[in-house]
Design a protein around this ligand. Structure first.
Ligand code: HEC
Length: 164
């Protein structure tokens, strides 16, 4: 049973990587004009600049973020509405490394390996465990904040667990 679950997880991870590769190829001309992250000041426990999403609850940015979530291939792994697919859901209150803006912003930019390189380790476990690919060269910071504003708008977890 355990063995079978592991195999399934490996298959999911492989499928995830293939999708990521396709995203990289598709977006080879990715923009290099990343705007500066919205700095909130200070560093977190991992030495990362503490940043805050400037677009939380901004309807226009959320609508743009929804389109980006599809066009940048996030939905291919996380499901159209972020509810999970072959990769973990991004709308529940189980967060692999934490739920704050700084953690999510860096996870998407650096990928799982990059974030772990900053001293993070998995603290929450979703139905599927795999690596998130790095998107720093595929999306601008501005696009990323809009996508994360969309993800926040889809949040269906315990309201008391919100820290953004
Ligand atoms: C190749 C598949 C894949 C793609 C494409 C992908 N992700 Fe992920 N994502 C993952 C996996 C797998 C994890 C879990 C990471 C871990 O456990 O280390 C994850 C984790 C996350 C998390 C944290 C979820 C949690 O529960 O803690 C967020 C937020 C996220 N991804 C957003 C995005 C966004 C935004 C995009 C598009 C720019 C994107 N992802 C594209 C596979 C993917």
């Amino acid at each position: 049973m355990t063995f079978r679950t592991t195999l399934t997880a490996v298959a999911f991870a492989a499928a995830c990587s293939a999708a990521a590769l396709a995203a990289f190829q598709h977006d080879a001309h990715a923009q290099a004009d990343a705007t500066k992250p919205a700095a909130a000041g200070g560093k977190n426990d991992h030495g990362l600049d503490i940043v805050k999403n400037p677009y939380t609850d901004n309807a226009e940015a959320i609508a743009k973020g929804k389109d980006l979530f599809v066009s940048k291939a996030c939905s291919g792994c996380h499901g159209a509405g972020g509810g999970g697919g072959m990769c973990p859901p991004v709308v529940n209150d189980t967060w692999v490394y934490g739920s704050d803006d700084t953690t999510l912003f860096n996870l998407v930019k650096l990928g799982s390996t990059g974030l772990q390189g900053k001293g993070y380790s998995r603290i929450g476990h979703e139905n599927v465990v795999g690596d998130m690919p790095p998107f720093a060269s595929i999306v601008t910071d501005d696009e990323l904040w809009k996508m994360l504003a969309y993800v926040r708008s889809r949040y269906a977890g315990d309201p008391a667990a919100k820290n953004w």
